[in-house]
Design a binder for this molecule. Structure first.
Ligand code: ATR
Length: 275
């Protein structure tokens, strides 16, 4: 008899994660033989032991969130090209005694974009990425795949430079103090920093200088309209939050584990937006 699949998300802390709502919705909708998708806190100091214990307990797949994505990358025995490109893993699969690592954030970000936006604001256009953490790596990789010219700006300049070296694709680092000089040339601006979460405001950009035809994206989805997006909205600049990316990266992980690419239904969006 085959065992019901066991999946979940690990992070530290992981309590804020909405992944269980998404995965459990699709497990039910697609009649998958799987137990409830769970949230599990794993202290980075005991990452390996924590994950090995879960594998022994019958876990077949794990999503990985902050701050464990780089540790998951080192832990995986077989890596996809995209996870090698980003140096981060957000999806672990345990199969036939091997640990497989993938990064579905890249395809998640790509699929979250309207083809028109890709055409008009990304392909062959100037794309500014704010931040240089794990999320920035996935976004840079996606923009590069979509033919955009990448500009990276981060509070800590060296981290932006490190990413630039790591990727070995053409990109430019913008010093935060020079941002005002270049922001008007940008066709796509994406916030990957944590500024805008909780009570923080993202004031990295002076929106008066942003081109009206630009597209502004914030990876944050809670709150739905961050101060960053609200500045764009005030100036009638097209914008979007991170909810679609969240669902699309989850869909790709789900398909890796269950061989079904689930649909992003209105019912699911309502569940998520009602949180
Ligand atoms: P994630 O994996 O979600 O990207 P992370 O790796 O911790 O998380 O990265 C957080 C990003 O938000 C970094 O670019 C960080 O800038 P630093 O490299 O200078 O730390 C950025 N960030 C966090 N708090 C910030 C703040 N108050 N002002 C500006 N940038 C901030």
């Amino acid at each position: 008899m085959t065992q019901s699949k066991k999946t979940g998300v690990i992070g530290f802390p992981v309590d804020h994660s909405t992944s269980p709502i998404i995965h459990n919705h699709w497990i039910k909708e697609n009649n998958i033989d799987a137990v409830n998708y769970e949230k599990i806190n794993i202290d980075p100091k005991h990452f390996e032991k924590g994950v090995r214990d879960l594998i022994e307990g019958g876990m077949s797949g794990l999503n990985v969130t902050v701050p464990l994505k780089e540790l998951a990358f080192s832990f995986a025995e077989e890596l996809t090209d995209v996870s090698k490109q980003t140096g981060a893993v957000n999806t672990l699969t345990f199969k036939e005694g091997t640990v497989f690592g993938d990064n579905t954030d890249v395809v998640g970000f790509q699929r979250s974009l309207d083809p028109e936006v890709v055409d008009q604001n990304i392909n062959n256009k100037n794309c500014l990425v704010l931040g240089a953490g794990g999320a920035a790596r996935a976004v840079i990789c996606a923009i590069h795949n979509l033919g955009g010219r990448v500009y990276i700006c981060n509070r800590t300049l060296e981290k932006a430079q490190q990413i630039q070296r790591f990727f070995q694709v053409e990109s430019e680092v913008v010093d935060q103090k020079d941002l005002g000089d270049v922001v008007g040339e940008m066709n796509f601006i994406v916030n990957t920093t944590s500024l805008g979460l909780g009570n923080t405001n993202n004031t990295m950009i002076d929106f008066i200088k942003v081109d009206r035809g630009a597209f502004v994206y914030d990876l944050i989805y809670n709150p739905k309209l961050t101060s960053f997006l609200s500045e764009a909205q005030k100036r009638n600049i097209q914008h979007q939050n991170g909810i679609k990316m969240l669902v699309e990266q989850a869909a790709e992980s789900f398909s890796i584990w269950h061989n079904i690419l689930p649909k992003n239904s209105e019912l699911l969006m309502n569940k998520l937006e009602g949180l």
